[in-house]
Design a protein around this ligand. Sequence first.
Ligand SMILES: *Cc1c(COP(=O)(O)O)cnc(C)c1O
Length: 421
Amino acid sequence: MKKPFVTLQQAQEIVKKYPTPFHLYDEKGIRENAERLKTAFAWNKGFKEYFAVKANPNPFLIKILQEYGCGCDCSSMTELMLSEAVGVKGRDIMFSSNDTPMEEFKKADELGAIINLDDITHVEIVEKTLGKLPKVMSCRYNPGGVFQMSNGIMDNPGDAKYGMTRTQIAEAFRMMKQKGVEEFGIHAFLASNTVTNEYYPQLAKVLFELAVELRNETGAEIKFINLSGGVGIPYRPDQEANDILVIGEGVRQVYEDVLVPAGMDDISIYTEMGRFMMGPYGCLVTKAINEKHTYKEYVGVDACAVNLMRPAMYGAYHHVTVLGKEDASHDHIYDVTGSLCENNDKFAIDRKLPEIEMGDLLVIHDTGAHGFSMGYNYNGKLKSAEVLLKEDGTTQLIRRAETPKDYFATLDCFEAYRFLG
Ligand SMILES: *Cc1c(COP(=O)(O)O)cnc(C)c1O
């Protein structure tokens, strides 16, 4: 059973201060998980997690992770600016972007970030943009084909727009070395939301073997290997959570098997996890405001897909708990909907739930990553607040809700704007 990290009593107190809907984050859960990650990779001297800012660009949360040694993985101008504002700078920033505008390379370099090139054509573009290549650089690898794990989980790197082919990455390393790069890194992201302890070790094997080959072929000094994101979380109640300690140990074994015998035992392991760091430690708190009985039973809530896009966009499952009715019989079948004029604006379809009454508070689970951050303003809907549930049980507003004034702010070129604002 999936249990929310907030009780009905707590939620009733919180909604007095912050009206629904809002994303609520669990400070205790974030901290315990970050600590476990540190332990899992303590065997690797240079280990660093670069939190994928796109998963949750809230500076308060990034600051918590910073206490555990995490840096930031950025892929846009504003993500770089956010990292700078939070005080994450220099080599604590990994710039893993694609289809990159030139000025973003410039900004990344100004901040001293490690630039991770998505494509071989960027070698010359970066050189031209910056005058010369930075001393430390990384390249993103795409082996093509399919990436398959033993339990049937697979993904399709061959269809993905990211990364360089095997031939290209060797050529890129040669060019970069000749242009003065001294320290090299390798990066790959080959499968998403993997709910298995196998993914990182299997990816590590691919990248470690590649590292040995590239060193032998090009003489490049490889200093770090970036396993990127992709470690999943159990969105469904019947899924078993990954054990990061098992994952860390799995990577260590491959390191011993492949890198140590090749004399490459000083390579740092980097990660760029987003979902695993934050996903389970956020939820969307929303209120039932309408019921409708037509060809199906509908419960309408005050949140909608602009607050959490994953169900509408990917058909993703997010568990729903009706607070205070955790133990009640789940003998009703509902579609839980938002108010967008889009039929895919449903948080749950044909979901077995306890009987829902108007005013009930619902928790939509696992919204801590790729939740608020994917928000948009369709139908003129406004983005919600974000609230931190602190370890001592108190709450802190870490982002206010948007107001109509925010929505109209970019219309300051419209003469009647003053009536709207
Ligand atoms: C999205 C992304 C991540 C984070 O992925 P998760 O699945 O959230 O862990 C890391 N690195 C890059 C380059 C990404 O695009």
